[in-house]
Design a protein around this ligand. Structure first.
Ligand code: RAM
Length: 517
């Protein structure tokens, strides 16, 4: 299955003052040189120093291990043993975020998303010695180097393979969460490292892929950032970018490119546009930046006004068609009920935004829209027989629907906790695939006071990635389907993905999680 969210309507509007503000906030990247900590040569474990003395010839393979995940530029220092170099050295490099990727063969790639995302290079080196800085930025823990050929006259020596690692996260180390529990400490450290790796000139979704700013990811990154790195300028830059580069009707795009020029993509996901409201509100609350709030509040309000046109006569969001939305990467998921939940959730955030900006009249309208929408959800989407929310004409039951209804406050307490508990006892609900939806699940449990269950879910899900060797958290993790990929091939999946870094926020924000075993 391929997903085509791109809209043909390419009319755009630029607000130059906002784009200028964003430009002025472009961060300086922090650089750090990282050398491999160990090497494997034909299966034998060596120090990188010992490897430098081994001549490599046709068919030889080495795997360098940098000990942790890094984002940066690789410089190879190559020498020759024997010589002269009477034929080019021909090398194949593969950069891997985790050990499983080392085993994958890109020749077998049959995904629908561009093969160019696979991190590989074929190099011809005419003269040795040589120092080569590769032009692309990579995300990796392992570098596999295969000598495709030299000549009978010489062998290659790998004298160095440094990574110039980059991030815009500040150097200050964030204090770890206050617990002795080794699993929670590890989950926290991996979450922080995931965010750090994704903090570049913007908050990227994943440094391997897509390497751009998505607002759904930004919302979660900004939450974690506020309780850890506190690089508020980067959040502010991203907010001004989204507000400065919009569709002609004022809709905020779902993702943006920072290079080669600032540009909004032609994907407009309805849930993502609405997330401009909570990102702005959370930023204003955490930073106290009243000027930004004043300047960007109209953009937030515009998203709510635009979304309203997709409400059906029954007061519930239409099914996808006139609009598209994301919610989760689960195949076959009907998104109507979850979209109604996001709409109501965004309205609640809008009400708070109005309170903060003393915009009483608008706040009153939002309250009315919220009441109508939540009543409609109870009347139209609630299924009496199963005591669950159903979605779409086919009345599909999914986790996504229950979670978003709870986050929207449609069932009040204690009904919300009972709903999530009932959902957990069903065996036919459409499940969750991404850490993104899992985050919302844990958040919903916490808001319902189901702390024990939230702690268990967090340990099981993020702990499951740790158990499988994660140094950074992944774009996708379906414990029941380890090969799952929305792109038709797991090779295109990203293993350092922003939306998975939220335990660092949850563990700080909900201290009670630390006390649940
Ligand atoms: C993918 C990326 C990104 C996400 C969008 C919806 O392309 O994983 O993180 O926000 O989908």
């Amino acid at each position: 299955m391929s997903t085509n969210w791109s809209q043909r309507d390419t009319r755009r509007k630029t607000i130059p003052e906002f784009v200028e503000k964003a430009r002025a906030l472009r961060p300086a990247l922090r650089h750090r040189s990282v050398a491999p900590v160990s090497a494997r040569y034909q299966g034998e474990l060596l120090t990188p120093g010992a490897l430098a003395g081994r001549g490599l010839g046709r068919g030889d393979t080495v795997v360098l291990d940098y000990g942790d995940h890094h984002v940066g530029f690789i410089t190879l220092t190559l020498k020759e043993e024997g010589g002269p170099t009477d034929a080019p050295a021909f090398l194949r490099l593969k950069m891997c975020e985790n050990a499983d990727e080392l085993e994958e063969d890109s020749a077998q790639y049959d995904g629908w998303i561009g093969k160019g995302w696979l991190q590989e290079e074929w190099l011809h080196i005419d003269q040795l010695p040589a120092v080569l800085r590769l032009p692309r930025r990579y995300a990796l823990r392992y570098l596999r180097l295969e000598v495709l050929d030299t000549s009978p006259n010489y062998r290659v020596l790998l004298a160095g393979a440094e990574i110039d690692a980059v991030t815009s996260a500040p150097e200050c180390s964030v204090p770890p969460v206050d617990t002795d529990d080794p699993l929670l400490r590890r989950i926290d450290a991996v979450s922080l490292h995931t965010l750090e790796e994704c903090m570049q000139e913007v908050f990227e979704d994943g440094p391997k892929r897509d390497r751009r700013l998505w607002i759904g990811d930004l919302r979660l990154q900004a939450l974690v950032n506020a309780s850890t790195f506190r690089n508020f300028d980067l959040v502010k830059r991203c907010l001004y970018l989204f507000a400065g580069l919009v569709r002609e009707d004022g809709a905020v795009g779902s993702c943006l490119y920072a290079e080669p020029r600032l540009e909004v993509d032609n994907i407009f996901l309805l849930d993502y546009s609405l997330f401009f409201v909570p990102v702005l509100l959370d930023y204003a609350r955490a930073s106290g930046d009243a000027e930004c709030l004043r300047e960007l509040a109209p953009t937030a309000h515009r998203q709510l006004e635009l979304a309203r046109q997709y409400l059906g006569p029954d007061g519930v969001m239409e099914e996808e068609g006139r609009y598209v939305c994301f919610i989760d990467w689960k195949n076959g998921l009907n998104k109507q009920a979850a979209m109604q939940g996001v709409w109501l959730y965004a309205l609640r955030q809008g009400i708070d935004l109005c309170r903060l900006t003393e915009d009483k009249a608008r706040g009153d309208s939002y309250r009315e829209w919220y009441e109508q929408g939540s009543r409609a959800a109870r009347e139209v989407l609630w299924d009496e027989e199963r005591s669950l929310f159903a979605s779409g004409r086919e009345r599909q039951f999914s986790w996504a629907s229950q979670i978003w209804m709870c986050l929207a406050g449609v069932p009040e307490q204690p009904q919300a906790a009972a709903l999530l508990d009932r959902a957990a006892r069903q065996d036919d609900l459409v499940g969750m695939t991404t850490p993104y939806l899992y985050h919302h699940y844990v958040q919903a449990l916490l808001e319902c006071g189901e702390t024990r269950c939230a702690a268990q879910a967090l340990r099981r899900y993020w702990g499951g990635m740790i158990q499988r060797g994660a140094d950074t958290f992944w774009e996708l993790f379906d414990p029941e389907d380890p090969l799952a990929s929305p792109y038709g091939s797991r090779m295109a999946n990203s293993y350092c993905h922003a939306w998975s870094c939220t335990p660092a926020y949850l563990l700080r924000q909900y201290g009670e999680l630390l006390r649940e075993g």
